[in-house]
Design a protein around this ligand. Structure first.
Ligand code: GLN
Length: 483
């Protein structure tokens, strides 16, 4: 049962081949048996899952249907879940039980999805390796000595290990697409504003966006359908109709103009990944796509700009975790200053502290213009590059990451080395554009992803291209040994 995709589960439930309760019990047992190897969950919600599954079975028995009705999923542990620990992967929030459900959580629950638990993540979503979690590193099911990518590494590892068919995740600079690439999944970061951020604990508010991680584009369409839509509680949510993503999967790719930026194939890219990307281009050409070389001239400035803007926003967002308003409080503080210092010093891990310091510095009087304002100007240039490119092409294609998943610990003492791995993903966040990563082959037994970017609100186009590619390739069907 655990090999089924969301689409197959929906058909099986509709045909009464099994019940949601049976499926939920099977997957909970599988998680108990296998998760100790990969550490993909922070909390399991067995009781909630079984009661949601029972309710979904009753709704189906009463004639209701729906692709998510009775489908097991999990939430990245930064989506607030009422009465359930919402830790953000941090000691700071280890004992925080959210008083309400995030909009995404509430919407998916209303569609009848069953929540199996909360998945592990880099602390406060900062990272690309899922090694900075207070709950320990997550391992990549394809090779337990390698990282699964981050910061949504728990959601990715759990889906890749067939512990469940799909999970929610968030992407501030690549945290859906990069772990998707590292674990052979399909992951979609929607347009900024497409999915509500209400109840999603903020890292960098102008970049954060929730989205689906699953094995296929077809399943991403199903999960995104349950997540997307206007939310009056989120002032950056956009009131734009949500198309039927599943109905849009069968468009022909004849004449689709694919732009391939020449800057993508520079010295930093592993040549074996470059070859797989060229193979995926050939595959799409066979399906009728037309390839055009394009240029994104400001791409080289994107990493420095992102690593000023994201920490600046984080330093502000994380100021509420002070041991008074929110979060961990130190033992026996001597005075107020000691309480703040030790609560934050003990509650936050080292990467989070580094980002808060960088961000507070970049925003401080005297440095604001030199760093923060400059970074915002670069952000606009990056966006303008995309706007001109999309005058000529329908989709932009390239690698999701310059290298496959690295060994656990390989980059932990060199944060900048890890930041450089985000080179292909962060530009979409700076511009607010939708991006998708899908499986494109393997290097030394480790999965490689190809990334597709589209104009604003063209999630449907990304899903359509990925689905057509997946109908003609089988990379996404490969399963890690032992799972
Ligand atoms: N790796 C990037 C960072 O550490 C992106 C993380 C994310 O998308 N949440 O900021």
């Amino acid at each position: 049962m655990h090999h089924m995709t969301l689409a197959e589960i929906a058909r099986g439930l509709a045909d009464k081949k099994f019940s949601s309760v049976e499926l939920t019990q099977t997957l909970l047992a599988r998680i108990a048996q296998l998760d100790p190897q990969i550490n993909s969950f922070i909390s399991l919600t067995q009781d909630l899952a079984l009661s949601q599954a029972k309710a979904a079975d009753e709704r189906r028995a009463n004639g209701e249907s729906g692709a998510l009705l009775g489908a097991p999923i999990a939430h990245k542990d930064l989506f607030c879940t009422q009465g359930i620990r919402t830790s953000c992967g941090s000691k700071m929030l280890d004992n925080f039980k959210a008083p309400y459900d995030a909009t995404v959580v509430a919407k998916l629950a209303a569609s009848g999805a069953v929540t199996l638990g909360k998945t592990n993540m880099d602390e406060f979503a900062m990272g690309s390796a899922n090694e900075s979690s207070w709950y320990g590193a997550v391992k990549n099911p394809w090779n337990l000595e390698h990282v699964p990518g981050g910061s949504s590494g728990g959601s990715a590892a759990a889906v890749a290990a067939r512990l469940l068919p799909a999970a929610t995740a968030t992407d501030t600079g690549g945290s859906i697409r990069q772990p998707a690439a590292f674990t052979n999944l399909t992951g979609l970061k929607p347009t900024y504003g497409r999915v509500s951020r209400w109840g999603m604990i903020a890292y960098a508010s102008s970049l954060d966006q929730g989205g689906p991680l699953a094995r296929t584009a077809e399943d991403c369409a199903i999960l995104l359908q349950g997540m997307a839509g206007f939310d009056p509680n989120d002032s950056t949510s956009i009131d734009e109709p949500v198309p039927d993503y599943s109905a849009g999967l069968n468009g022909s790719l004849q004449g689709l103009r694919i732009g391939v930026p020449k800057e993508y194939f520079s010295a930093g890219l592993d040549p074996r990944i470059a070859e797989l990307i060229h193979n995926s281009i050939k595959e799409l050409e066979k399906l009728g796509a037309v390839i055009k070389e394009i240029s994104l001239p400001n791409m080289q400035h994107a990493i420095p700009a992102y690593y000023v803007i994201a920490p600046a926003e984080a330093s502000s967002n994380l100021s509420r975790f002070d041991g008074v308003r929110f979060g961990y409080r130190c033992e026996n503080p001597e005075n107020l200053e000691d309480l703040y210092k030790r609560s934050r010093g003990e509650g936050f891990g080292s990467e989070v502290q580094r980002r808060i310091m960088v961000g507070a510095y970049a925003l401080s009087a005297g440095y604001y213009d030199a760093y923060y304002l400059k970074a915002q100007k670069i952000r606009r240039l990056v966006k303008n590059d995309f706007m001109s490119a999309f005058n000529e092409v329908d989709i932009i294609l390239g690698p999701t990451t310059p290298n496959p998943a690295w060994k656990l610990g390989a980059k932990s003492s060199d944060p900048v080395a890890a930041y450089l791995e985000d080179v292909y993903t962060i530009t979409a966040n700076l511009a607010g554009l939708p991006g998708l990563s899908m499986p494109a082959g393997f290097v030394d037994g480790l999965p490689v992803g190809v990334q597709l970017l589209a104009p604003y609100f063209q999630e449907g186009r990304l899903l359509n291209v990925a689905h057509q590619y997946q109908l003609n390739t089988d990379w996404h069907t490969r399963t890690p040994t032992g799972f």
